[in-house]
Design a protein around this ligand. Structure first.
Ligand SMILES: [Zn+2]
Length: 414
């Protein structure tokens, strides 16, 4: 009898389990050699060889042509017969539910959107109507993609607000007026596909870890500020969810006294200072004090979204607007310093309105973060805008679907 622990296990469930372990390694570390797969998974070289042979035959995995790469990308001593996932061999569906906008896309195995559908909806529209529209968009995107339902591994949904990932229920989305919406069960029933649901910023964090600037990073945080302010954390390639949903950085108290009331019931939260509405309120107040000033002039130009008008005034060098942005950027910097002192991420990705105005906001955020983080922790952390820009939400949703499949949360088959 072979004494090695991974031989002799021939049950189909175990085989599927081992196959997913191989796929996970390819997703996170690819291209990799068979030897490296065996090291990462703990499987025997015979098992790896057999599983890889089956995946090669299915077209899900291919021999990577490393000789075509420049030497520096090949890596020192890296074996030439490496393996990689074939991105187009299978598909996932990403569904990003934002405030007032839904994006649906058929994506490949590397989270790249192939066919995207966008729907604008009134934020107060009932959940049932939005779900009906999502089902229609998904069916339409699948039809246009043409790869067929057999190629689909599952659906990932990144939703606004508090989401219980285990039950797939959107517990509370204050900016949509949704409460206890069973997103996963409703969509799975209608689409007849495995569905997983999580908070949309957690999806964005995962996408950065799998496909973006966070590859190979141990601890990363994604902070998104627009209508609300939320954060997602990825630790060693896995989403960190805490006990009941980590990431409510928007409700860190920055002003203990005299702060504005927050929708969470508290006052002086970070969100009351750096959300889009907070910028807009403050800008309107400053413009009213100086109706002939540059800020008032830019705000009166109705051809651009409000945040863009504020950024335009700052880019023109208007001192009042620059003061406003510096003040708000410092609040965000304080929030991030608190985050760094608690979690010590190596990388912070700051998205939403801060990424749109990175040229006029990031400097003060970074400076405040460094000044207030403990004993040089702020010097270590990198602060950057998102890799995927406008597509952060949809790539994030696709990443949730891929993660659920590769980690066996959904029951889909290859
Ligand atoms: Zn709050």
């Amino acid at each position: 009898m072979d004494p090695r622990p991974h031989t002799g296990h021939t049950g189909s469930a175990l085989k599927a389990h081992n196959r997913r372990a191989v796929l996970r390694t390819l997703l996170r570390y690819g291209p990799v050699s068979r030897v490296q797969i065996a090291e990462h998974t703990g499987l025997s070289s015979t098992t790896v060889t057999n599983l890889v042979a089956a995946l090669l035959a299915q077209g899900v995995v291919a021999e990577a042509d490393l000789t075509a790469l420049p030497a520096r990308e090949r890596g020192v001593g890296r074996p030439r017969t490496a393996l990689r996932l074939v991105p187009g061999a299978r598909r996932v569906i990403g569904v990003h539910i934002g405030v007032g906008q839904v994006r649906v896309a058929v994506c490949d195995l590397l989270g790249c959107p192939l066919h995207t559908r966008v729907l604008e909806h009134a934020p107060e529209q009932p959940a049932d109507q939005v779900l009906d529209a999502i089902v229609a968009l998904v069916e339409d995107a699948i039809a246009q993609d043409g790869a067929g339902r057999a190629a689909l591994l599952g659906v990932g949904v990144g939703a606004s607000g508090r989401v219980d990932q285990a039950s797939g229920v959107n517990i509370l989305a204050p900016n949509l007026g949704w409460r206890d919406v069973p997103l996963r069960d409703r969509l799975a029933e209608r689409l007849r596909l495995p569905v997983c649901v999580d908070n949309n910023v957690r999806g964005m964090a995962l996408a950065e870890a799998l496909f973006g600037a966070g590859q190979g990073v141990g601890v990363l945080a994604f902070v998104y500020a627009r209508v609300g302010v939320g954060a997602g954390f990825v630790v060693d390639g896995r989403v960190y969810r805490g006990g009941a949903g980590a990431g409510e950085i928007g409700h860190v108290t920055l002003l203990a006294d005299g702060g504005e009331p927050c929708r969470c019931g508290s006052t002086g939260c970070l969100e009351t200072l750096v959300s889009e509405a907070a910028f807009a309120r403050r800008a309107a107040m400053l413009a009213a004090r100086d109706p002939q000033g540059a800020l008032a002039r830019h705000l009166a130009a109705a051809d651009r979204p409000p945040m863009q008008r504020i950024f335009d005034a700052a880019r023109e060098g208007d001192p009042i607007t620059l003061d406003l942005l510096n003040e708000r950027a410092r609040y965000m910097g304080l929030g991030l310093a608190n985050l760094v002192n608690t979690l010590s991420p190596e990388l912070i990705i700051l998205g939403g309105l801060f990424a749109e105005g990175a040229d006029v906001l990031f400097g003060a955020v970074r400076e405040t973060l460094r000044r207030h983080a403990f004993a040089g922790l702020g010097e270590r952390v990198r602060l950057i805008p998102p890799t995927f820009g406008d597509e952060a939400g949809i790539v994030g949703a696709a990443a949730l679907a891929l993660d659920a499949f590769f980690y066996e949360v959904n029951e889909g088959t290859l």
